[in-house]
Design a protein around this ligand. Sequence first.
Ligand code: DX5
Ligand code: ZN
Length: 225
Amino acid sequence: MSRHPVRIAPSILSADFAALGAAIAAAEKGGADLIHVDVMDGHFVPNITIGPPVVKSIKRVARVPLDVHLMITDPDKYAEAFVQAGADMLSVHVEVLPHLHRSVTFIKSLGVKAGVVLNPSTPVVALEEIAADVDFVLVMSVNPGFGGQKFIPKSLQKVAAVRAMLDRAGNTSTPIEIDGGIDLSNIARAIAAGVDIVVAGSAIFNTPDPVAATRALKDAAAVAS
Ligand code: DX5
Ligand code: ZN
């Protein structure tokens, strides 16, 4: 059982980039709680997406907070630019940050929620020393880089392990986010494992009706919570 109302964060990675305003409006109409923005640099992941100017434009039209997921090799260098562009939540990958405590402290000092992200092959213990300091944890349930990949089932055990670790650190209300391959077939299992924020890209934007698809995930989350 999840402790908080589960939030749905549609990822615009699978939306039509020429019509992001319409995509965001549709997701919000369907009940989106956040908009998940995937930033890729072609170094940390083998794909390139968007930067601060696009986030700034999205911020003008979005009514819900922006959850910006940095899949870049140098998040310390760019965090401030994304906050200025309008990020409300900013998540950075553990795999690229040797001074994670400094990075998380810096992001929090910018006045936004600081999240840390674990790739599928990164062990939970990598967060042990920072567990009391993070605002949220993002568990990747695919290898980052692309939308529409297959969900990795072992991610559910990882979610449960992260929950236990956060609780041990006294961070009992810190939400866990899951990202990758989530759809109506597995959302209930993710929530049962302890997920509080559900990212979904292709399950929303690769359908003919993103409003209905968002609403269906939202309803499924409500039933599972
Ligand atoms: C993957 C991204 C995800 C992606 C999820 O690197 O971080 O946010 O958009 O897309 P789906 O839901 O299609 O797996
Ligand atoms: Zn993402």
